[in-house]
Design a protein around this ligand. Structure first.
Ligand SMILES: Cc1ncc(C[n+]2csc(CCOP(=O)(O)OP(=O)(O)O)c2C)c(N)n1
Ligand SMILES: [Mg+2]
Length: 831
């Protein structure tokens, strides 16, 4: 049996227990030795005295810290620009593609990254960084000794630092991957809920500090609806310990965004209970406003449209002067400001926004005294400190070699020292080095491992019936687990977007209760209103109920499914939804798998078999999604005992170091159950992807292969066929995904090839499922046998199963027609 599922996102297995990244410098660490030269300034006097303060007091003074942080801010800005420049201009190109990278988006957050990573974050905190800030994030890691120069040199190349921070592909301790905008932001909210869950249930390691889940957010990310879906859910759960720092540069990819929009967004945050902190102006502008008559300048900037502000920023000091002169030139206060500043000074003053002022940012961050969710709106300039600053096309703009040369000189970096971490910094290297080595967040436990929870030899299944559906069986197993005292049951957390009852979780929820920070009895039960589902909410509840938002389901599964690494507590998340609505949250599902999250997804009902529910609820392509999604193994059991085997395997597989998430596609259609006992061989075959329900005779000229709920039609067709072709076989494909992956990996030696071996080399095969025919169509290639692939490739409608199966050509008659065609073709081939 293949033990692995399908290749997940992860490469080698995770390293040792409690891999702490703090303190040690990995290979290729930045050279931070004292002998390195400091350009441009003597280190005598003040610096020496400052060092003494640091060493004797053990704590660094505020002014000194600010100076070191400013040096770091300058350095990571340079390194991000240089990393991108190097990748685009200095690394040989083999394919002539532009490598890319976002110098302007990085520059926008230089101060925010500096403040958070080097001062504010604490060991329990976790952070998602907006995707296109990847180079500056990597630069920060490099200064902290957590990223190598080699990987920076290979930015966006094989084995190098990733284009967008990746939890699985970067070796630098990314907490949450980002890339598809909006998802990383919302992920922090669900991570915060997951943290609450493990803490309130007493599952977190005692010494683990409670952390804040932080996101550095691009302002255009808030156009993504999933962010607001998450905000609403967070409000319902009274989410805590959550910080979103919005890089409010008022520019997206294409354009400068209208100012009216953000007023609404601000209101929305406040409406859902967030503390909104606006960091609009830096200290220089604040001082200018405080001067007599300074409020005129403030009013002018406040009223300046975003696009004009951006254009003037790009044009520089002379343009600011011309506009201010024409609008306010006769005002004596403004006159004084204009006269006191040269063009460069005026430009610096006019763009002194809060998001580029470390003091203003640190003040805002350190002022937070409670665990309420906080949204910081940090005003910034896209490309700040770089030549494209403010230009509406800054997003993908790359500095020219001449521009980078000018920047290098301005930063005091000698030619050849571009990667040197301290080159050009006017601070004492020893002090900076000690400061970096003491950065609290870098000394955290980056990834925890939690021991796997034992999976019993067989899951309790309760009463068996001759006729049942796979969904009903799933619900019954979950109900029996809820009743048990198995350690496995303790770690299961279910979650569903308002389809808990209709996907079979009633019995589970009635016994294990709904998770909520606030205890709440089931009022209907208290009022003696009968219902099969007891809906009691409690801090130890094991079901997380969500509103109807499939994005939230998948992000919640992503967070719960990483709890062992993020919070040191092993959870076994089981999410349920209707199969067609996988499509609604598909990007978030991909996102969860890309991060290596571990969960069981139970999608039910599926296909046209939910018949009267109609075409809007009938899934067609989801089996192909299941097969095509890395990090997710798709199984579609037909019978009850297969559900038990698949679910039991899933609970083990999501805990294996090389495992992944599992998707069970289930049905509400009750069908007759085979009378059999499960044994090891059958179990192995089910998990490898299929078994002969009716074995073919040696050299048989024909077989039918089916998946899932169409078992009765396939069986009836086979019985009819066997009257003429007595040796024909019936193959039950329990996992097209595992069977296919095995064939791809092992070819002739694969389980698929061995299954089909008894058939004649030119045998005819008919495949059928309630899903897209391509799911099984590949079976004909395994041994070069003829194939007729049946399945659903059109939208359905409300009807009963006989009518729908007939319309979709997956009923017994259609299977028999296909059998006849296959046999005729075979005869023709022989003639
Ligand atoms: C879902 C999704 N759609 C589109 C993109 C392409 N994209 C990348 S960044 C970006 C604009 C981001 O603007 P903003 O969030 O304001 O970031 P800034 O660069 O201004 O910091 C777009 C459209 C994407 N990464 N993800
Ligand atoms: Mg922006």
């Amino acid at each position: 049996m293949r033990t692995g599922g399908k290749p997940g996102p992860r490469g080698p297995p995770p390293a040792a227990e409690r891999r702490s990244r703090g303190g040690g410098w990995p290979d290729g660490r930045p050279r931070l030795d004292r002998s390195e030269s400091v350009k441009g300034r003597s280190r005598a006097g003040a610096v020496v005295a400052r060092q003494a303060v640091v060493e004797t007091a053990g704590e660094i003074g505020a002014t000194e810290k600010l100076e070191l942080l400013r040096a770091i801010e300058k350095k990571i800005l340079w390194l991000s620009a240089w990393t991108i420049h190097h990748a685009n201009h200095l690394r040989p190109s083999r394919d002539k593609l532009k490598v890319g990278g976002h110098q302007a988006s990085c520059a926008s957050v230089a101060s925010i990254v500096t403040a958070l990573f080097f001062d504010v974050l604490r060991p329990g905190d976790r952070i998602a960084v907006k995707p296109h800030a990847s180079p500056i994030y990597h630069a920060a890691m490099y200064l902290l000794g957590l990223q190598s120069r080699e990987r920076l040199e290979r930015f966006r190349a094989m084995g190098g630092a990733q284009a967008y921070p990746s939890r699985t592909k970067d070796a630098t301790g990314v907490d949450f991957s980002t890339g598809s905008v909006g998802l990383g932001v919302a992920m922090t909210l669900f991570a915060s809920l997951a943290q609450d869950h493990v803490r309130l249930r007493g599952l977190a390691p005692a010494d683990l500090p409670e952390g804040r889940m932080v996101a550095i957010v691009g302002d255009a990310e808030l156009d993504e609806g999933n962010v607001f879906e998450a905000l609403l859910e967070g409000w319902k759960y009274d989410v805590r310990n959550l910080w979103w720092v919005i890089d409010y540069n008022r520019q997206s990819l294409d354009r400068v965004v209208p100012e009216k929009l953000f007023a609404k967004i601000e209101q929305f945050f406040a409406t859902v209970g967030w503390n909104v902190v606006t960091v609009k102006y830096g200290k220089k502008l604040q001082a200018a406003f405080a001067r007599p008559g300074g409020e005129v300048l403030k009013d002018w900037i406040d009223a300046c449209p975003n696009d004009l502000y951006a254009a003037l920023t790009f044009k520089g000091g002379a343009a600011w002067r011309a506009h201010l002169e024409s609008d306010l030139g006769r005002n004596p206060a403004i006159r004084r400001i204009l006269d006191e500043h040269d063009d460069a000074g005026l430009a610096a003053l006019m763009t002194n926004l809060g998001g580029h002022d470390l003091e203003a940012l640190l003040e805002a961050f350190h002022a937070v005294a409670d665990d309420r969710p906080h949204c910081f709106i940090a005003y910034t300039v896209k490309g700040y400190g770089l030549p494209m600053a403010g230009h509406k096309d800054a997003h993908a703009a790359l500095m020219t070699p001449e521009q980078i040369e000018t920047l290098r000189a301005a930063h005091g970096i000698p030619p050849g020292a571009e990667w040197e971490p301290f080159a050009g910094l006017e601070v004492d290297q020893g002090a900076l080095r000690r400061f970096l080595e003491a950065v609290p967040w870098a000394r955290r436990t980056e990834r925890f491992t939690a021991p796997p929870v034992p999976v019993p030899a067989v899951l309790p299944m309760g009463r068996r019936t001759v006729q049942t559906s796979t969904q009903e069986t799933f619900g019954r197993i979950m109900g029996e687990l809820a009743r048990s005292d198995l350690p496995l049951a303790e770690r299961i957390v279910t979650t569903s977007p308002d389809v808990t009852v209709s996907t079979g979780l009633s019995a589970w929820v009635s016994r294990r209760h709904v998770f909520n920070r606030k205890e709440h009895e089931d009022v209907f039960r208290a009022e003696q209103v009968t219902s099969p589902t007891l809906w009691r909410e409690s801090r130890t509840g094991q079901h997380v109920e969500l509103g109807i938002a499939e994005n939230n389901l998948f992000l919640n599964l992503a967070a719960l499914g990483l709890a062992h690494e993020l919070f040191g507590a092993r959870l076994l998340p089981v999410g349920t939804l209707y199969d067609p609505f996988i499509a609604r949250g598909l990007d978030a599902l991909t996102y969860a798998c890309y991060q290596g999250a571990r969960f069981v997804l139970v999608a039910t009902p599926s296909g046209v078999s939910l018949a009267p529910e109609g075409g809007a609820h009938q899934s067609i392509g989801t089996p192909l999604v299941g097969m095509a999604q890395p990090g997710l193994t798709y199984l579609e059991p037909a019978f009850a005992d297969e559900v038990e085997v698949a679910l039991r395997w899933a609970f083990a597989h999501i805990q294996e170091p090389e495992g992944g998430a599992v998707y069970l596609r289930l049905s509400t259609r009750p069908i007759a159950q085979p009378d059999r006992r499960m044994d090891a061989a059958l179990e192995r075959a089910i998990l490898d992807g299929g078994y002969w329900l009716v074995p073919p005779s040696e050299g048989a000229e024909f077989a039918i292969a089916f998946t899932g709920a169409v078992a009765p039609e396939a069986r009836a067709a086979l019985e009819a066929v066997r009257e003429e072709v007595p040796g024909a076989g019936l193959l039950c494909v329990t996992s097209p995904d595992r069977l296919f992956a095995g064939w791809r990996a092992e070819g002739r030696a694969s389980w698929a090839s061995r299954l089909l071996a008894p058939l004649a080399p030119d045998a005819g095969l008919v495949t059928v499922l309630d899903g897209h025919p391509a799911t099984l169509g590949w079976l004909g290639s395994v041994r070069g046998q003829r194939i007729e692939a049946l399945g659903v490739d059109r939208f359905g409608q409300s009807a009963d199963i006989p009518d729908l199966y007939a319309a979709m050509r997956i009923d017994t008659e259609a299977i028999l027609d296909a059998c006849a065609r296959a046999l005729v073709e075979r005869a023709r081939g022989r003639a």
